[in-house]
Ligand binder design. Structure first.
Ligand SMILES: Cc1ncc(COP(=O)(O)O)c(C=O)c1O
Length: 377
């Protein structure tokens, strides 16, 4: 693999973000193998690259979008595959799972009769006024402790408020189609799923008793990517989800999920290059041509710990690796065990950088960010 990375970097330049589509397909198939009854709506936010969308679409994936632009990105993809005897039903392929949508976005998606999530009264009113054609999914607040990125402090209705919110939707002449939750991203505490599924089933069963025919259960994202040998095991989690879903939900419930990181994290590798080297307070600082404002943005937004490997061997010491901008915040890592004798022009590679990386990269200081290269497409 190392030789291949060097060849690609020499040919295409650095920083180079290499997306392996075989790996994306393998991740999607692993997901489906372990959760055969769950339709995967890939969370586009994890990496919205159009080639990734195409690969997952061809595998049979559906999509979770967070904005009007993401909605149209997927809608246009669907349209390009529609033909006269096979048209996609938009709910089967897209869920708009940002619980807070601006009025303009709602008005613009009205004609597509979208499936959208909500978690509060004001949102119901907004949907009624600007997008009354929508089907609604109520997002619940569920335990998220032990996840790399927690979600429940910003999203989700209190389970105790669910019954009245559901009633409110039907009173407004709209329809609640189902329930959703998110246990937090890179979830290592599988009890979160058990708790969330139990909360969801109580609310679903009570709503059905009142005659509200909720039929979708959306188990969100959070499925752990295999960053290393210590990562939580997805296969073990899937066993819990399968048995809990079988026990808790009527057979006619449609199960969907919104995996983001699981599909793409392990599918990309970044090759970066040393552009400067200095000793600061005795420590070697490798200045590289990618950083926190660019492909390593996951350090800030995703609480991610990067990994660096050098292509060259040598006596190692604890070094800092920092980005190319003039901001002192642009420090990727202050303690990486790396060869001490690397020189300007030498390269590093960072594996498992496919999720929440290029997606949140900026143009800060005028740097373009990494060039994207697709392999095994
Ligand atoms: C609503 C929603 N669904 C799905 C995801 C994807 O989560 P993950 O990457 O943990 O699978 C996110 C991540 O922020 C989200 O906010």
């Amino acid at each position: 693999m190392k030789q291949e990375l060097i060849k690609l970097a020499e040919k295409h330049g650095t920083p180079l973000f290499i997306i392996d589509h075989d790996k994306i397909r393998a991740n999607y198939r692993t997901f489906k193998k372990h959760l055969p009854n769950v339709q995967a709506y890939y969370a586009v936010k994890a990496n919205s690259n159009q080639e990734i969308i195409k690969t997952l679409f061809a595998e049979g994936a559906s999509f979770d979008v967070a904005s009007y632009n993401e909605f149209m990105q997927i809608y246009n993809q669907l349209k390009s595959f529609d033909h006269k005897d096979k048209k996609f039903f938009v709910w089967d392929k897209i869920i708009f799972s940002n619980t807070i949508k601006d009025r303009d976005a709602l008005a613009k998606i009205k004609k597509y009769k979208p499936l959208v999530t909500f978690d509060n009264t004001d949102e119901i009113k907004k949907i009624k006024q600007h997008c009354p054609t929508a089907g609604l999914v109520l997002r619940l607040k569920v335990p998220d402790t032990g996840s790399q990125v927690e979600m429940s402090s910003k999203f989700g209705a209190e389970p105790g408020d669910a019954a009245s919110l559901i009633q409110e939707v039907f009173d407004a002449g709209l329809v609640v189609e189902g329930l959703s939750f998110h246990v937090g991203s890179q979830c290592g505490n599988f009890d979160n799923y058990t708790a969330a599924l139990n909360i969801t089933s109580d609310i679903l069963n009570n709503a059905r008793k009142k005659g509200f025919g909720l039929k979708i259960v959306d188990i969100g994202g959070g499925f752990p990517a295999k960053y290393d040998a210590q990562s939580p095991k997805f296969g073990n989690l899937a066993k819990i989800i399968n048995s809990e879903c079988k026990r808790l939900f009527p057979a006619d419930v449609e199960l969907i999920a919104e995996p983001g990181r699981f599909m793409v994290a392990t599918a990309a590798t970044l090759v970066s290059e040393i552009i400067g080297k200095a000793r600061r307070d005795g420590k070697i600082f490798y200045h590289i041509n990618d950083g926190v404002y660019h492909t390593f943005s996951g350090i800030v937004y995703d609480h991610w710990q990067p990994n660096f490997s050098a292509f060259k061997k040598g006596k190692t010491e604890v070094c800092a690796v920092v980005g190319p901008t003039c901001d002192s915040f642009d420090k990727i890592s202050l303690s990486e065990n790396l060869p001490a004798d690397l020189q300007i022009g030498d390269m590093f590679y960072t594996v498992n950088i496919g999720a929440y990386s290029t997606a949140s990269s900026t143009k800060f200081n005028g740097f373009d960010g990494a060039k994207i290269l697709h392999i095994n497409q």
